[in-house]
Design a protein around this ligand. Structure first.
Ligand SMILES: N[C@@H](CCC(=O)N[C@@H](CS)C(=O)NCC(=O)O)C(=O)O
Length: 235
């Protein structure tokens, strides 16, 4: 199996964290070949995967898009290592936290990225999206557990989705002129302080930081330009 993934991509980080925590790195290789890098930055990834977004899991008979679907697939493929709970009820709690992180935090933050530049910002759009993120935090504060992990007493898929989402909140909300909503919470704040010491969480946090650095210092752009040049040369 091959996972097409990017360091900075929180949806990719979510699946990578799951793979690390399941201990299945021997089963899945990580890649983002030049041909796909070119398509990704030219907005043509949908020629490879109709949804046109990463992560994408390539399996023997085709591709699987969407981080949550890939996550379920990995759990079902390696059931003895699945990052779910001990009962249907606990699984429901895990899925609720994962959905809050995915849909109400990450999705709104992604849309709000278009409002980062104060010169072109539409305040009403920014307010709407930041408001939705804050509302998501209100729900998260109610649903998250009080132990070392988001749900229950071990690392689950709830943590794998939540950690990259919280990284995104930390790195983008100040740029939108908003306070990171983590600061206004009690349980989420305590969780965030603890989970960063977990080795699988720490690993994806570091990878995302490396990805952000590469974006800011131009390394990512240069890699893309080199990939285009090589593609033109047919090399
Ligand atoms: N719902 C998708 C979202 C994936 C997503 O938005 N990925 C971003 C990178 S983190 C992407 O590929 N964006 C490219 C685009 O929007 O064209 C998932 O869970 O996998």
């Amino acid at each position: 199996m091959k996972l097409y993934t990017g360091d900075l991509s929180p949806y990719s980080a979510k699946v990578r964290m799951q793979i690390y925590a399941m201990g299945i790195e021997d089963e899945v290789t990580f890649d983002f070949p030049r041909s796909l890098i070119v398509k990704f930055y030219q907005g043509k990834l949908r020629e490879f995967s109709p949804i046109g977004r990463i992560p994408i899991l390539e399996v023997d008979d085709g591709i699987i898009p969407e981080s949550e679907v890939i996550a379920e697939f990995l759990d079902e493929t390696f059931p003895d290592k699945a990052l779910l709970g001990n009962s249907p009820r606990e699984n429901a709690d895990i899925r609720v936290v994962s959905r809050i992180a995915d849909i109400y935090l990450m999705n709104n933050i992604f849309m709000a990225l278009s409002q980062m530049n104060p010169k072109t910002r539409v305040e009403a759009t920014r307010d709407l999206l930041v408001g939705q993120v804050e509302r998501g935090f209100g729900a998260l504060e109610e649903h998250i557990g009080t132990g070392d992990f988001a749900v229950g007493d071990r690392l689950t898929r709830a943590d794998c989705t939540l950690v990259p989402a919280l990284v995104m909140c930390q790195s983008t909300l100040p740029g939108l002129g908003a306070t990171n909503p983590v600061e206004g919470t009690t349980k989420v704040k305590a969780y965030w302080e603890k989970i960063q010491t977990n080795p699988h969480a720490a690993r994806v946090i570091e990878e995302m930081a490396a990805g952000l650095k590469e974006r800011l210092d131009g390394t990512e752009r240069r890699r893309f330009e080199a990939a285009i040049e090589e593609a033109k040369g047919g090399g």
